[in-house]
Write a protein that binds this ligand. Structure first.
Ligand SMILES: Cc1cc2nc3c(=O)[nH]c(=O)nc-3n(C[C@H](O)[C@H](O)[C@H](O)COP(=O)(O)OP(=O)(O)OC[C@H]3O[C@@H](n4cnc5c(N)ncnc54)[C@H](O)[C@@H]3O)c2cc1C
Ligand SMILES: *[C@@H]1O[C@H](CO)[C@@H](O)[C@H](O)[C@H]1NC(C)=O
Ligand SMILES: *[C@@H]1O[C@H](CO)[C@@H](O)[C@H](O)[C@H]1NC(C)=O
Ligand SMILES: *[C@@H]1O[C@H](CO)[C@@H](O)[C@H](O)[C@H]1NC(C)=O
Ligand SMILES: *[C@@H]1O[C@H](CO)[C@@H](O)[C@H](O)[C@H]1NC(C)=O
Ligand SMILES: *[C@@H]1O[C@H](CO)[C@@H](O)[C@H](O)[C@H]1NC(C)=O
Ligand SMILES: *[C@@H]1O[C@H](CO)[C@@H](O)[C@H](O)[C@H]1NC(C)=O
Ligand SMILES: *[C@@H]1O[C@H](CO)[C@@H](O)[C@H](O)[C@H]1NC(C)=O
Ligand SMILES: *[C@@H]1O[C@H](CO)[C@@H](O)[C@H](O)[C@H]1NC(C)=O
Ligand SMILES: *[C@@H]1O[C@H](CO)[C@@H](O)[C@H](O)[C@H]1NC(C)=O
Ligand SMILES: *[C@@H]1O[C@H](CO)[C@@H](O)[C@H](O)[C@H]1NC(C)=O
Ligand SMILES: *[C@@H]1O[C@H](CO)[C@@H](O)[C@H](O)[C@H]1NC(C)=O
Ligand SMILES: *[C@@H]1O[C@H](CO)[C@@H](O)[C@H](O)[C@H]1NC(C)=O
Length: 604
């Protein structure tokens, strides 16, 4: 047994010495030692915090990741595959939602990465920072000004590294270098090739400048509104996941950092009630291995998985924990698993008069193979970029009487007057990524960035370690589908631009029965399509929300420590109290960079 392990690690060493501190199983961990910190989940937040804490050579960190290593997995590396659905593969958790009444009773796939780097290893790589108002709101609801934009902006500049595309494409005029970082670990890049639809989209922003103003850089805090080029977490033609960007060869070579993959934590325990200092892993043979932290356990398992771990550890709503067989209450925290929110995506898809869309690769395996080979040769070509290439961020039209009356009735869901409500993404192909059946498409995907609806993550009492019940309650609040219907109207207008004449053919998905022969829009049909077709945004958030120290609601304090528990902190998207007017990986990177500094300061 020992000899086998030694052989395995020897061969790993011979193949790649840099893998020294990346272990494929607990059995490979060389010593039974106590670490200062045990990080549960080597995802986006976990990778950042482990890397930053071990910058101090006196601080030892163990990372336990349920999924496999990202290294060598093409689906987690080739940017073009970011667009593919990894659902049902080993690097997805295979979560689905409960039946959603707002979706006409459909349940939908709710993706989360099950691989080192977590969701940053499987996501769409779209880089959109939270809005100024979103961060200032976080400062406000937590009572900690350090979570406000001014401070967070310094972290964005610290962590970003803007790099040119590997293809050498000239991207001047597509973003504003002055508002970005140049030397951080996280590579950011622009689309590296030109698509047929680029000029059509950009020209349409010029044709309808009132509705769809062109914006040079949506990440410039002074220009959050408008349509422009997408920025991506891609570097050197490769997906820049948190694992790729932070857990580099030299970081993994640190003697104070151990990372173990294929290792799922089932429960957190402590030496006394109210203290957490141990992460438990249930092995295949049913035995339990305990991993101990002398300072803290850092929970970074992501919005959905966190709840399963916390409830199984007796931390959460007492009313639920009482029903879980074999789980003893440690701390009654009613908000654990509550407040779940998510963005949602309503795609509107047209057939196009062209074969030059990304659908081509789904239908021509030989072209896909050639593109993959080129990527493997020198990290260039179409597969060195993701999709989409343009996205727009918009406010509701507050001059429209219907919008006015909805805002009067329900309030403005944005966190500030400059913060967008709507995102509209332009895709040169079918966003379902499975058009192998045929056809060539263009899509505008509508996102309500600011849903009011809230749901929860709960456990099945008869199988508490099984798949959790994920209920984002999509379209539960009437404002939410109203905002999507407004975006659908915008998409219809956008598609009427002259640059799309002769290019867009009939609508394929999303506008069934919407436009009558006189060109009038049927409001009911907009809603019916939205209920039928909208899918999850995969930005699950808010199951462990932050609140001021001493508050009776919330799960973590402003320093991200779990309320009423010693030794447990949460560093991932779950602490953010609402869906931001952005994508969410940027939120996690900023949270975890600041959290790392807070932890370092505390133990300095
Ligand atoms: C398909 C998809 C597309 C997306 N597209 C974008 C995009 O284009 N732009 C953007 O900004 N955001 C996007 N997102 C969202 C963004 O990637 C996530 O919000 C963010 O990465 C979440 O970070 P996290 O640290 O909270 O969780 P994660 O990065 O998911 O990390 C959690 C980690 O914990 C591990 N884990 C879970 N349970 C256990 C356990 N019991 N034991 C050990 N390990 C465990 C998981 O395997 C995972 O590695 C997308 C997400 C998905 C899923
Ligand atoms: C690590 O600990 C040693 C011994 O206590 C101390 O001399 C050294 O300064 C510490 N290093 C850092 C980076 O804190
Ligand atoms: C990569 O993703 C594709 C698309 O979902 C899937 O068909 C394929 O099996 C995946 N590959 C691996 C090795 O998981
Ligand atoms: C997701 O489903 C696929 C296909 O059944 C499976 O191989 C994979 O292990 C599952 N992922 C997890 C985390 O269970
Ligand atoms: C939050 O904002 C409200 C209204 O803008 C203000 O009254 C309150 O004092 C703020 N709270 C904190 C903690 O900053
Ligand atoms: C370390 O040893 C303790 C006590 O023998 C045991 O409970 C624990 O599971 C061991 N941990 C590992 C990682 O082997
Ligand atoms: C732990 O303490 C809490 C009070 O904070 C109590 O409700 C719970 O019953 C205790 N659990 C055990 C196992 O003693
Ligand atoms: C990369 O390789 C392809 C052929 O596979 C070639 O056409 C291209 O010029 C190369 N690009 C660079 C930047 O070397
Ligand atoms: C907003 O709505 C008003 C009133 O319906 C309309 O006149 C105006 O053109 C709209 N503005 C935009 C930018 O769509
Ligand atoms: C979860 O949400 C559903 C739907 O809103 C609700 O019926 C249920 O009571 C909630 N469960 C808990 C434990 O909060
Ligand atoms: C976009 O605008 C440019 C400059 O006016 C023009 O040359 C080009 O033909 C337009 N392309 C499309 C597809 O409308
Ligand atoms: C399709 O596009 C071609 C040019 O690429 C154009 O000649 C033709 O008229 C278009 N067809 C339609 C139906 O607009
Ligand atoms: C909704 O879906 C049903 C079942 O697939 C279909 O029959 C119906 O036409 C769809 N309606 C709309 C408006 O999309």
């Amino acid at each position: 047994m020992l000899r086998l392990a030694a052989l395995v690690s020897l061969s790993l060493t011979l193949v790649s010495p840099s893998f020294a501190a990346l272990y494929n199983s607990l059995a490979e961990l060389p010593t039974n030692k106590t670490y200062d910190f045990v990080v549960v989940g080597g995802g986006t937040g976990g990778s950042v915090v482990a890397t930053r804490l071990t910058e101090n050579s006196n601080t030892s960190v163990l990372v336990l990741e349920a999924g496999p290593s990202n290294r060598g997995i093409l689906n987690a590396t080739v940017p073009f595959y970011g667009f593919y659905i990894t659902t049902g593969t080993e690097i997805d958790w295979n979560y689905t939602t409960t039946a959603q009444p707002g979706f006409g009773g459909r349940s939908v796939i709710s993706r989360a990465g099950h691989v080192l780097g977590g969701s940053s290893s499987v996501n769409g790589m779209i880089w959109v920072r939270g809005s100024v108002a979103d961060w200032n709101h976080l400062a406000n609801v937590s009572g900690d000004p350090g979570w406000g934009w001014d401070n967070i902006y310094t972290y964005y500049k610290k962590l970003e590294q803007y790099t040119p595309p590997s293809t050498g494409k000239d991207v001047s005029g597509e973003y504003d270098p002055s508002v970005h970082g140049t030397s951080g670990p996280l590579g950011i890049s622009m689309p590296g090739v030109t698509e047929d639809t680029d000029a059509r989209v950009i020209n349409t922003t010029k044709e309808f400048p009132d509705e769809f103003p062109f914006v040079l850089d949506y990440n410039n805090p002074d220009t959050p509104i408008g349509m422009g080029w997408v920025q991506n977490t891609i570097r050197d033609g490769t997906r820049a996941s948190a694992a790729y960007a932070y857990l580099t060869d030299s970081v993994l070579a640190r003697s104070n950092l151990d990372v173990v993959v294929n290792t799922r934590v089932t429960k957190l325990t402590g030496s006394t009630n109210g203290t957490i200092d141990t992460a438990q892993v249930t092995n295949a043979d049913g035995s339990v291995t305990s991993l101990k932290a002398s300072k803290e356990i850092i929970l970074s398992a992501g919005t959905i998985s966190d709840t399963r771990i916390l409830l199984n550890s007796g931390i959460g709503p007492a009313s639920q924990i009482q029903n879980l067989k074999g789980v003893e209450l440690v701390k009654d925290i009613p908000d654990v698993g509550q407040n779940l929110a998510d963005h949602m995506i309503m795609p509107i898809i047209w057939r196009v008069n062209s074969t030059n869309t990304i659908d081509y690769y789904a239908q021509h395996p030989e072209a896909a193979q050639a593109a993959l080979e080129q990527w493997q040769t020198n990290k260039t070509g179409r597969f060195a970029s993701g999709e989409p290439f343009q996205a727009g961020f918009f406010r509701l039209n507050e001059s429209d009487p219907e919008v006015q009356s909805m805002i009067q009735k329900y309030g403005d869901p944005a966190t500030g007057p400059d913060s967008p409500h709507i995102e509209m993404v332009a895709l040169n192909g079918n966003p379902s990524g499975v058009s192998a059946a045929g056809g060539y498409y263009f899509a505008l995907a509508c996102v309500n960035l600011v849903p009011y609806s809230r749901g929860n993550v709960t456990l099945n009492p008869s199988d508490p370690l099984g798949q959790p019940l994920v209920n984002p309650n999509y379209y539960d609040h009437p404002m939410d589908i109203f905002i999507v219907s407004q975006c659908m109207r915008m998409a219809i207008k956008f598609a009427s631009g002259s640059a799309f004449k002769g290019y867009l053919e009939d609508n394929y998905v999303g506008l069934e029965g919407v436009i009558d022969s006189n060109g009038n829009i049927n409001e009911d049909a907009l809603y019916a399509n939205a209920r039928n077709i909208t899918v999850a945004g995969d930005h699950q958030i808010a199951t462990n929300i932050i609140s001021p120290k001493g508050a009776s609601t919330g799960v973590v304090d402003p320093d991200l420590k779990v309320k009423g528990i010693n030794g447990l902190r949460i560093v991932d998207l779950s602490i953010f109290p609402h869906t931001p007017a952005s994508h969410t990986e940027s939120i996690v990177y900023a949270i975890s960079e600041r959290a790392s500094d807070l932890i370092k300061q505390e133990y300095a």
